[in-house]
Design a protein around this ligand. Sequence first.
Ligand code: SF4
Length: 341
Amino acid sequence: MENLKQAVLWEAAAEKKVQCKLCNWRCLIADGKLGQCCVRRNIDGTLYSLNYDKVCSANPDPIEKKPLFHFQPGTRSFSIATMGCNFRCEFCQNWQISQAAIENGQIDGEPIKPEQIVEGAVQSGCKSIAYTYTEPTIFMELCNDCGRLAKQRGLTNVFVSNGFMTREAIDFASDWLNGINVDLKAFSEDYYKQLCKARLQPVLDTISYIARHTNIWLEITTLLVPGENDSEEELKKLAGFIVTKAGPDVPWHISRFHPQYKYLDSVPTPLESLERAYDIGRAAGLHYVYLGNVPGAKSESTFCYKCGRTLIERIGYRIVANDIKDSRCPDCGTEIAGFEL
Ligand code: SF4
């Protein structure tokens, strides 16, 4: 008991039940039971986080690896995670840490204090802390304590998220959260239901809400799975949604899939599919479209959407040159959207 952290964003219900308001499952949890994520338990009518002091990953990463391409480019982000997730994606790249709590109740990690995490970030020359690798919503208590301390030390905070958090959770984090990459996995409820045991609409709502009602810098990633979400019709819907609900300045990262976890009977995304998606994104009016997991591709770099000049040249996660001056293209003066470019 003494190691457990009381959870944030829940309320008491009848018969010692509690309702969690962190993510859109809004689990109603009976006394002694766990939420869907398996890392929050109702103990005697109070909700506790089971993973608060169990940090399972801590690495200084390039911010480009999140991916965030328009957020403090060329800096490093101290990237942390705890075990657990509120989705069950069959192709999860980090399933060893995201699914262990669900599969066998395993929640391993080191009791690293928020002060130590923030100090580690400062000492390793990072400009930000990234809550990533697993879903940060389900370790919000640690994010909140780290995020506030990091802000005091002049660091920024970013999430890499599946976007299933509630509006209350976004508002709760908005005081210290500066940037987010939301995974928009597909544009069909069926895909979310079949492959992720989740729902699409709350993710769309999160994207719209962040773009329109917060100051959090937003980028979006879609993993292109052959035969599942790469049809022309679906890609047009994805791109159209981003342009109209988030805006043309929101970068869209289209990422190459490699068979993972339970989803092994597939092939990596063909380059032609990725290039077709890129063209669809640009044709829809998006200013910044990127291809991920395609090292050496031209589409890793940032171009001025007006005159076409190369602004940030990237090879993988490495920045070769950044010619943006005062957030503008040095040739035509077009404003380039982002956070501390
Ligand atoms: S974070 Fe989501 S899955 Fe976990 S208990 Fe809360 S509502 Fe349920």
